[in-house]
Design a protein around this ligand. Structure first.
Ligand code: AKG
Length: 346
């Protein structure tokens, strides 16, 4: 699916005002935000996989250079995004999806060259995400298709390419609210293209916020909850948010996110590092039977519980043992949802 979202400072973030007021930290030299060149993969697959794996375990975020998506294609997508959002609201409204999805859908875009361009970019992102999933499998000594085989493009929910504009505001926002509330992503991986600063992430140790560097022609990669769970939390799904600090309130912020999701019907298994195996991961026993679709249903249910809104049948039919696990494992963070349960406090 390709979508466009214009988003304002999230009211949901009201629940996290304490965190929003925290100062931004800068890390010491040993803890630099990881910047990795994926262009080295062909020459040094093991070394590159180890670097990416380490960054993903420690930070959950990394800046990826040499990712192979040509600059001209990324430029063209940003131009397309600006062109789309600059249209009058009535025109954009034709593509309005619904209140829940909060954005515009390009599926039935009648402008064929533009739709073709967006679809071609989506395929490039898909290829990159598959290479990354294979790289994680390599680092964990798993079969190359261990992760990708649960990411079939023909199954729900599919990956989502989202063009995002955070609109300029006429006056400064209440500084207690970030431009985008702190959260983790629910899928397996996210690719984020952004040319302006503003993204902040929890550093190793999970205290304070560190600005993600803007590196020319690079893409930011972050681990989402699905891969954190799958890897038995070896890979880290890290809280992130957008602050007002680095980009004036009266400037639009554009980004392009590609959210990678495992198939809804894929069983959510957990892995663990095998002791004494030199880094090999094996399947770990779990006390629940659940799929990746169930995980997303639990996250929706947590939102409904938090805000006292009605859930759907899908949200309510998952194994209660799995619901408890998700609440307590310390992976499902953000969107203002916090529980008193073990392990969820940051
Ligand atoms: O737009 C950005 O830079 C961050 C987007 C993000 O974190 C999200 O949409 O989940």
């Amino acid at each position: 699916m390709s979508t466009a979202t214009e988003t304002i400072a999230q009211p949901l973030a009201a629940a996290s005002t304490a965190a929003a007021a925290e100062i931004t930290l800068h890390t010491n030299q040993d803890d630099e935000f990881p910047v990795i060149d994926f262009g080295n993969l062909a020459r040094d697959p093991e070394g590159t996989a180890a670097q990416i794996f380490e960054a993903a375990c420690r930070w959950g975020f990394l800046v990826l250079k040499g990712h192979g998506i040509p600059k001209k294609d990324v430029d063209a997508m940003f131009a397309l995004s600006a062109e789309f959002f600059d249209q009058p609201s009535e025109i954009k409204a034709e593509k309005w999806m619904n209140q829940k999805q909060q954005g515009y859908d390009f599926k039935d875009w009648r402008d064929v060259p533009k739709r073709t361009q967006a679809e071609a970019f989506r395929s490039q992102c898909r290829n990159l995400s598959e290479s990354l999933l294979q790289t994680f499998a390599r680092a964990m000594d798993l079969a190359p298709d261990f992760f990708t085989s649960a990411h079939s493009p023909d199954k729900d929910p599919g990956n989502v390419l989202r063009l995002i504009r955070y609109p300029a505001l006429p006056a400064p926002a209440d500084p207690r609210f970030p431009r985008l509330g702190e959260h983790t992503d629910w899928g397996t991986l996210t690719l984020l293209f952004a040319r302006t600063p503003g993204l902040e992430v929890r550093p190793p140790g999970d205290r304070g916020w560190v600005p993600a560097p803007v590196v020319e022609d690079a893409v930011i990669v972050n681990i989402a909850d699905g891969l954190a769970l799958w890897s038995g939390k070896a890979l880290k799904s890290t809280m992130h948010r957008l602050s007002w600090d680095s980009l004036p309130y009266d400037m639009h912020r554009y980004s392009i996110a590609y959210f990678v999701n495992a198939n809804a019907d894929a069983p959510l298994k957990m892995l663990k590092g095998e002791v004494g195996s030199g880094g090999k991961y094996v399947e770990a026993p779990t006390e629940f039977a659940a799929t990746f679709g169930d995980y997303q249903a639990v996250r929706m249910r947590m939102i409904h519980e938090k805000f006292n809104t009605e859930g759907t049948e899908e949200d309510l039919k998952v194994d209660p043992a799995f619901v408890d696990m998700v609440k307590n494992i310390g992976v499902a963070h953000g969107t203002g949802v916090t529980f008193d349960g073990k392990g969820l406090e940051q």
